[in-house]
Design a protein around this ligand. Structure first.
Ligand code: FAD
Length: 515
């Protein structure tokens, strides 16, 4: 952002204010617009839906309860997100939790165990202390047998991490002789939390990327919850910031087609679904890869840069909310469920200020894996809401037999049932058939740079090339990097070499064969 502030001054001097049309009002499009407005440009965000936020969008049901697209956790190791909160002056909206990782016990239903990170101990010693002091999940021998696989991450850094992208978590574990129980105890939960994928399908780079941040920064793995719904508490201040600086954020504005200029194939304008045309100096796509694939103009479709997109696709995930008729014995923070169907969850009636309820719990749970691409063999994303809730309640009753009832005489969706245990009061299921890009082995190299071979087109989005995974941090950073490319273009900064990332050879060869 320092660079962009410098750009703001330079832009004012040079008078090169650019009108920038940004397609997509998720965090990445909003981040791009925010930094462009800081730099003195004029962003116009075009969001297809009636609400902002994309994968962090949320809406209210008839009782006024919020339904979220996803349970969202912020990590200490999200520097760009933290800058954004500081720049918007809304840091007090992050509710930081005790620095620990809490797991439901596999063999002791209803009980939890934690890795507690001691305060005031520098990284990586705080993590070492957290791992060594927990005696309930791994034996000393198992902990020691993790070291050979994780040591190169410390000694060789990012190049080692990137090189592991061709291996799944299980293949990596086999290569480094890690005992299978580490997978069962730790990596299944981590993989499902980070990318909604089981470890036999997940790239090891994902796990190492997260661990690397956690071992390098003392508070890297500390978690925070937003103090309320994301549209009001995060997207609205981003929109206000952009509009206060002369930009515009438009909802209900779906882009139907990217029009190209006959003479050079650059972007001529955007045809909106209502038939109107939007024109700008520069265009940014902040759409998910699955949508952008469909909007790539025929003229560009044989170019290797755009052919890379075929190798990326969104992974399905389901976000489940269950309101109970009483308060559960809950943890104030994130829990790893350790169930084959569920990933992380939180009792939002305890954890989130806006959803606080002293008498009745609301569990928000991430249901994963949801399709054979992500693991398992059931295509949950195609099942009905009732089937998903019945399966979730079955798992909760198994995990918390003393607290949660799932009496087969009363379907989970029924409000009746045995006394003494918590029963479902109402529920909401949000299916996201294409969420973050599936980080299966070998995908990282196909993530495109923000700069594209089309002179007036720039890409943003959590899936574009940046050092964070498909995440809120990745979305904010992708948007910021896109804004930097735009700002450089506006200044006419001549680059000796193009920053368009080199397209892998297999794609170049395939594209050549098609032409
Ligand atoms: P999106 O949010 O997908 O935004 C793209 C936008 O483009 C959308 O608003 C869409 O409507 C719009 N659009 C699409 N087509 C058009 C069109 N033709 N015209 C105009 N607009 C269009 N991340 C974390 O960091 N921590 C978490 O705990 C976490 N948990 C998650 C849980 C779930 C269940 C899910 C689904 C995601 C989670 N994520 C988490 C990931 C995070 O939400 C995403 O990485 C991030 O929000 C993506 O932002 P984005 O702007 O890149 O994409």
């Amino acid at each position: 952002s320092q660079k962009l502030t410098a750009c703001a001054a330079a832009t004012a001097q040079a008078g090169k204010k650019q009108k920038v049309a940004i397609i997509g009002g998720g965090l990445s499009g909003l981040s791009c617009a925010k930094y462009l407005s800081d730099a003195g440009h004029e962003p116009l965000v075009l969001e297809a839906r009636g609400l902002l936020g994309g994968k962090v969008s949320a809406w209210q049901d008839e009782d006024g309860d919020w339904i979220e697209t996803g349970l969202h956790i912020f990590f200490g190791a999200y520097p760009n997100m933290m800058n954004m909160f500081a720049e918007l002056d809304i840091e007090d909206r992050l509710q930081w939790k005790d620095h620990k990782m809490t797991f439901a016990m596999q063999e002791r239903p209803g009980e939890f165990t934690s890795f507690n990170f001691p305060p005031n101990v520098p990284a990586p010693f705080n993590m070492a202390a957290a791992i060594l002091s927990n005696t309930e999940m791994l034996t000393i021998e198992e902990k020691l047998r993790m070291v050979p696989g994780l040591l190169p991450m410390l000694t060789e850094g990012q190049s080692f991490i990137d090189a592991q992208d061709e291996l799944s978590v299980l293949q990596f574990m086999e290569k480094y002789g890690m005992p299978r129980r580490i997978n069962d105890e730790i990596f299944i939960a981590m993989g499902k939390a980070l990318d909604f994928i089981d470890p036999d399908k997940l790239s090891m780079t994902v796990v190492l990327t997260a661990m690397n941040r956690f071992i390098n920064e003392a508070d890297g793995s500390q978690t925070a919850f937003l103090d309320g719904n994301q549209p009001d508490r995060l997207c609205a201040p981003m929109k206000a910031h952009i509009e206060a600086r002369g930009g515009e954020v438009r909802t209900n504005a779906p882009v139907a087609e990217i029009l190209t200029r006959e003479e050079d194939g650059s972007v001529q304008g955007l045809r909106m679904q209502d038939g109107s045309i939007v024109t700008a100096d520069i265009y940014v796509s902040a759409m998910p890869v699955d949508v952008l694939k469909r909007l790539v103009p025929a003229r560009w479709s044989t170019m290797p840069y755009f052919r890379q997109f075929d190798e990326l696709e969104g992974i399905p995930v389901i976000n489940v909310h269950i309101w109970f008729d009483r308060k559960l014995r809950s943890v104030d923070g994130l829990c790893f469920s350790r169930s084959p169907l569920l990933s992380v969850y939180a009792d939002m009636s305890t954890t989130c200020k806006e959803y606080y309820d002293e008498e009745k719990s609301m569990l928000e749970l991430v249901f994963a894996p949801c399709s054979p691409l992500a693991g398992g063999n059931i295509n949950w994303i195609a099942k009905s809401d009732e089937e998903i809730i019945d399966a979730t309640m079955g798992e909760l009753a198994r995990l918390f037999p003393l607290e949660i009832a799932n009496d087969p005489r009363y379907p989970a969706t029924s409000k009746q049932g045995p006394q003494g245990q918590a029963k479902l009061r109402k529920y909401a299921v949000v299916k996201v058939p294409r969420s973050v890009y599936a980080a299966i082995p070998g995908r990282n190299k196909y993530r495109p740079s923000q700069e594209t071979p089309i002179p007036n087109l720039v890409l943003a989005g959590d899936w574009t090339s940046q050092k964070y995974l498909g995440s809120m941090e990745g979305a904010i950073l992708g948007g910021k990097l896109a804004a930097e490319v735009v700002a450089d273009k506006a200044l006419g900064t001549a680059r000796s070499t193009s920053r368009v990332k080199v397209v892998p050879r297999d794609i170049v060869e395939r594209a050549a064969a098609v032409e």
